[in-house]
Design a protein around this ligand. Structure first.
Ligand SMILES: Cc1cc2nc3c(=O)[nH]c(=O)nc-3n(C[C@H](O)[C@H](O)[C@H](O)COP(=O)(O)O)c2cc1C
Ligand SMILES: [Fe+2]
Ligand SMILES: [Fe+2]
Length: 450
């Protein structure tokens, strides 16, 4: 039996949900499943936007037949060749031999790689800004390279002012019959998963996402129809603002994400004590054990918070395995503009602090706060002052007091003006042997100004 829903009078969701998949793309746990969206548009011509993963092939074919209601299929637009959307494309093209494939040049090349067939004879290759009239409505195609893969494009449809956005604006989780984001508490129940989805799947390609957002600004969009998750018809600006932040690598919240690794519990104890001290200073913290929480959640939290603490034992003269994996994952996702503090542990030659720093230092806009806190096996009572100092430094930075202090410091300096040439020298005091770098006059020619 088909299981489809109307997105608009002439647009039908014809996708499917998989709640049995445990690891999406082999690496992301999806405890709430995932939806593979496809949409059928009926105008004078009929258009199918994308196909689905093989897991939901049966219901998809039933949905397409139901939505066509006996009409022939004129076009299949392929926005993205990744098999979660195109595994059933080959089968669909066989079922509907009269349908024309509409896609980018790169997509066409990938169809040959995946299906070992030359589909060029039935393909309409489109590029940036190309249009396709369907009778009453018109489609316009925009390229969105690397908003997951290089061949990705999105389509704007003029009748319902719908943007078929490919992987952009998707979310993990089966939709279970609730097609629209406003039919669920999207910003309450799904934002964490939306962040995990974006940051892990597309996060490395912030500038490319910015380019797509810029193209979207020029369009009058009423509906956003992604390839996973819900259709957005209200409040979409809020979601677009999240994408804007994430793709600029700007934190959503001032607060601290603490990720720790621990074999015997002592590094975890230090991390938790630091978290308690930060809480006492009014700072919001979240804490993860990197051996327990999947890396994708920690990557997402690192995109969310302004400040990050990594605490790890030294392990075979390196960083503990699961911590190293997380740090490499964060670096691979190109995270930027974060303030970071480090805690290292070691029983004979602690080295994880320096090594963690080396992994994170190349990230653009990274600042380190405080010195690396070194623990020898377990935190000693005498180290509490050190931990307090680290908590103070992090808290000041989170609350913006560190910036205030540095901003105030130069203001405290005095200004001395050369009475001859007007050169202004800023310093706490003007040395007696000072010479004006412009006119060469001595200190006696300078006067203090406010
Ligand atoms: C397999 C293994 C390798 C280790 N390698 C090192 C090392 O190279 N240098 C070091 O100082 N400590 C090393 N350690 C010791 C731990 O880093 C140390 O005991 C630390 O205090 C553990 O912290 P935890 O209580 O948070 O697990 C190693 C421990 C294990 C189990
Ligand atoms: Fe994808
Ligand atoms: Fe996808």
């Amino acid at each position: 039996m088909h299981c489809a829903r109307q997105v608009a009078p002439d647009i039908v969701w014809v996708g499917g949900n998989d709640k049995r998949l445990s690891m999406f793309e082999g690496v992301y746990a999806v405890p709430r499943g995932v939806s593979y969206n496809a949409y059928l548009l009926r105008d004078e011509k009929t258009v199918l936007f994308d196909t689905v993963d093989k897991a939901v092939a049966k219901v998809f074919y039933e949905n397409v037949a139901h939505a066509l209601a006996g009409r022939k299929l004129d076009y299949v637009v392929v926005h993205h060749m990744e098999p979660d959307h195109s595994a059933t494309l080959d089968g669909l093209l066989e079922k509907y031999p009269e349908a024309t494939l509409v896609c980018s040049r790169l997509t066409l090349a990938m169809t040959a790689q995946f299906f070992h067939k030359d589909l060029s004879g039935r393909a309409l290759v489109v590029g940036e800004g190309d249009r396709l009239s369907l009778g009453n409505r018109e489609l316009t195609f925009f390229m969105a390279p690397m908003v997951h893969w290089p061949e990705v494009m999105v389509t704007y449809e003029s009748g319902d002012r719908a943007l078929f956005s490919a992987d952009a604006f998707g979310v993990f989780g089966a939709i279970d019959g609730a097609l629209f984001a406003d039919e669920v508490d999207f910003y309450g129940d799904y934002l964490d998963e939306a962040r995990r989805y974006y940051c892990n799947i597309v996060g490395k390609y912030g500038p490319q996402t910015q380019a797509l957002l810029k193209k979207m600004k020029a369009l009058d969009i009423a509906l956003v129809c992604p390839l996973h998750g819900f259709v957005h018809r209200r409040d979409f600006e809020r979601y677009a603002a999240c994408y804007d932040k994430w793709s600029r690598y700007e934190p959503e919240e001032r607060g601290v994400m603490i990720a720790c690794a621990s074999i015997y519990g002592n590094t975890a104890n230090a991390a938790e004590t630091l978290s308690a001290k930060l809480r006492e200073r009014g700072v919001r913290t979240v804490m993860f054990d990197v051996s327990v929480t999947p890396a994708s959640e920690i990557v997402a939290a690192a995109f969310r918070f302004s400040h990050l603490v990594f605490a790890s034992p030294t392990y075979n003269a390196g960083v503990f395995v699961t911590m190293e994996e997380v740090l490499r994952d964060i670096a691979a996702h190109n995270l930027q503009n974060r303030t970071i503090a480090l805690i290292e542990n070691g029983s004979w030659a602690p080295a994880s602090g320096k090594l963690m720093r080396a992994l994170l230092e190349p990230l653009k806009g990274t600042d380190f706060v405080g010195d690396v806190l070194t623990i020898k096996s377990s935190l000693r009572k005498e180290q509490e002052t050190e931990l307090d100092q680290l908590a103070d430094a992090i808290a000041d930075s989170v609350m913006g007091k560190a910036e205030e202090k540095t901003a105030e410091a130069p203001a405290a300096k005095k200004k001395f003006r050369c009475k001859v040439c007007g050169y202004i020298h800023e310093a706490d005091e003007l040395p007696a042997d000072f010479k004006c770098p412009i006119c060469g006059r001595g200190a006696e020619f300078f006067e203090e100004i406010e």
